[in-house]
Ligand binder design. Structure first.
Ligand code: PBG
Length: 309
């Protein structure tokens, strides 16, 4: 029996974040034979959740999801922080370490409001604030209108119901974690590329916290961790923030990763795709893939990277 917590897990308080924190706690308890009381969940309010009325890219990007959790880690108020890796900036403080990546869930996006991309009525309004989803959609369907839509999964589903948009996208992994896997149409990742690091839960702790690193090592999934590192190195090589339309899909075959990536112009007219196959511990290959993509990018694409507009 444990009556004082052995590890305090910080989490955002959205329903999706809480589901991810519960999954992390369950895996820690299973790996170590602990009961639930060993893992304390600590809710931390992120600025990204406080500011709901403007696109994330405009108000400060992905840092708004991690800033408060980073401070709580630094101050020792929590021992570890649970993140959707899709939302974590590529550049992280050296004082923090990604100590575990949980087994990756379904990487697909789900389309809500239409049975397929082709079935969306002509000129319809599709709600998304993600540059990747917007550009990838306009590439396929230049007739459609993209309208901004933000908020957590339930909010976005409600906005669709309320007629703010005719269709929208959500990540299959998020829907599954919320028990909503039956809604919408799953888009095959090979055909509609996901975001880098989609469907991965990562747990960070302080680099100098050997105890937390040790606890978390037991729930790290090696193949998923290798995929996330590769996709994050691609992102780093592209120098893209959350205003850059970047799509990526890694498939793992034994110790070999196959990474497919595409970058777009904001209006979707331009699409550059390339892929690389490399050993899972090869840190250079994803950066080289990024360089090849940028090398082929016409000005409207290039403008969105390398600190451009
Ligand atoms: N941008 C918000 C966000 N961050 C992670 C997920 C889903 C879960 C995941 O990809 O791990 C979502 C919701 C969505 O895109 O529908």
């Amino acid at each position: 029996m444990v009556d004082t917590p052995l590890i305090r897990l910080g989490t955002r308080q959205s329903p999706l974040a809480m589901a991810q924190a519960h999954e992390t706690r369950a895996r820690l308890c299973a790996a170590h034979g602990w009961d639930e009381a060993a893992v304390e969940l600590v809710q931390v309010i992120a600025s990204g959740d406080r500011i709901q009325d403007r696109p994330l890219a405009e108000i400060g990007g992905k840092a708004l999801w991690t800033r408060e959790l980073d401070i709580w880690l630094a101050e020792g108020r929590i021992d570890a922080a649970v993140h959707s890796m899709k939302d974590v900036e590529t550049l992280r403080p050296e004082t923090l370490t990604i100590a575990a990546i949980l087994p990756r869930a379904d990487k697909a996006d789900v389309l809500l409001g239409a049975a397929s991309l082709d079935a969306i009525p002509e000129s319809a309004r599709v709600g998304t604030s993600a540059p990747r989803r917007a550009a990838q959609l306009l590439h396929r369907r230049p007739d459609l209108q993209v309208v901004g839509i933000r908020g957590n999964v339930a909010t976005r589903m409600a906005k669709l119901e309320g007629g703010e948009a005719d269709a929208t996208f959500l990540a299959a992994a998020g829907l599954q974690r919320l028990g909503e896997e039956q809604v919408g149409t799953r888009l095959e990742p090979e055909d509609w590329l996901p975001a880098p690091a989609q469907a991965a839960i990562g747990i960070e702790c302080r680099t100098d916290n050997a105890q937390a690193r040790d606890y978390l090592a037991a729930i790290d999934n090696g193949p998923s961790h290798a995929e996330i590192l590769a996709e994050r190195r691609l992102l780093e090589g592209l120098g893209g923030g959350c205003s850059s339309p970047i799509a990526a899909l890694t498939t793992t075959e034994g110790d070999t990763l196959v990474l497919r990536a595409a970058i777009f112009s904001a209006d979707g007219r331009e699409r550059i795709e390339d892929s690389a196959s490399f050993a899972s511990d090869d840190a250079d290959a994803p950066r080289e893939l990024a360089a090849r993509l940028l090398g082929r990018a016409p000005p409207p694409v290039r403008a969105l990277f390398e600190g451009g507009a």
